[in-house]
Design a binder for this molecule. Structure first.
Ligand code: ATP
Ligand code: MG
Length: 267
């Protein structure tokens, strides 16, 4: 049996004429840290959908923890240990932070009542949200909403954590706090795949970087060498990849200016 935690084998998916995954193969081991960059519309969030079960592939196989999960829905994969955050946070606004975590632990993680309380408390602690436990989610500011999104994923007790732009819109100190949380989570053995335009956050955590463009991997390897790769630089034509290497944000080219345009779906 393979020792990999996650394996994609020749996964393909398109929406009409838009190819979001073209024959993608990927292996991620237990406890690995992988960053994913790519222009808007590259298919990054869709790739998470294919891994989490929110999207069914047209072809190919998804394996998780040694079993084929291609035909399992998101709820089943979540119970197996695939935790994800959503680019646009999806808390239950009228529930408190703690109630949101209980729901995640019970419905996402499949935990019974007592275990779900323990998982919710642990998620609060890991994300530094204990002080907001009784705050309705709709009253949280951006940083806290991002943290809650992360906490909800953690409450499902994942072995693979998929983070979709959790650092977007945060200040530098807030990004640093988030990086610390993700590092600590990973130090406990949870594998992390992190989609982010804020490259300094990624490079602080990940040992491997993948660039996705047009549903294809155009770079995969050590972060510095991927960011220096001409094929990757071509994808980010007109943006400051070198500045990103020095610690900036890897902003995609403006729509119409580069190979792939599109709207940011985050503020
Ligand atoms: N459910 C859907 N139906 C049709 N097209 C979709 C659907 N979801 C995504 N797309 C399209 O697929 C392409 C990839 O979208 P995706 O959200 O995966 O990109 P992304 O790399 O996450 O972009 P961003 O950086 O803006 O978040 C886009 O052209 C998008 O409009
Ligand atoms: Mg996205």
């Amino acid at each position: 049996m393979s020792s990999q935690l996650l394996e994609l084998e020749h996964v393909a998916k398109r929406f009409g004429r838009v190819v979001i995954a073209e024959d993608l193969s990927l292996a991620v081991g237990p406890g690995d840290t992988v960053g994913i960059v790519g222009p808007n519309g590259a298919g990054k969030t869709s790739l998470f959908g294919l891994i989490s079960g929110d999207l069914a592939p047209d072809a190919g196989t998804v394996r998780f923890a040694g079993r084929a999960v291609t035909k399992l829905d998101a709820a089943a994969r979540s119970r197996l240990g695939v935790g994800r955050t959503y680019q646009v946070p999806r808390p239950f606004g009228d529930m408190t932070v703690f109630e949101n975590l209980l729901v995640a632990a019970q419905q996402g993680g499949g935990l019974r009542r007592r275990a779900s309380y323990a998982a919710a408390v642990e998620a609060l602690d890991r994300t530094g949200m204990a002080g907001q436990a009784n705050t309705p989610a709709e009253r949280l500011g951006l940083l806290q909403r991002k943290r809650l999104e992360l906490a909800r994923a953690l409450a499902t007790q994942p072995t693979l954590l998929l983070l979709d732009e959790v650092a977007g819109g945060l200040t530098d100190p807030e990004v640093a706090q988030l990086v610390e949380i993700v590092r600590n989570v990973n130090a406990e053995g949870i594998a992390v795949i992190w989609i982010e335009h804020v490259v300094r956050a990624l490079t602080a955590v990940v040992s491997r970087l993948i660039c996705l463009s047009g549903g294809k991997f155009v770079g995969d390897g050590a972060p510095a060498s991927v960011l220096a790769d001409p094929a990757v630089r071509e994808v980010f034509l007109g943006s400051e990849v070198t500045a990103a290497l020095a610690g900036g944000t890897l902003e995609p080219s403006p729509p119409g200016d580069g190979p792939v345009g599109g709207e940011r779906s985050e503020p």
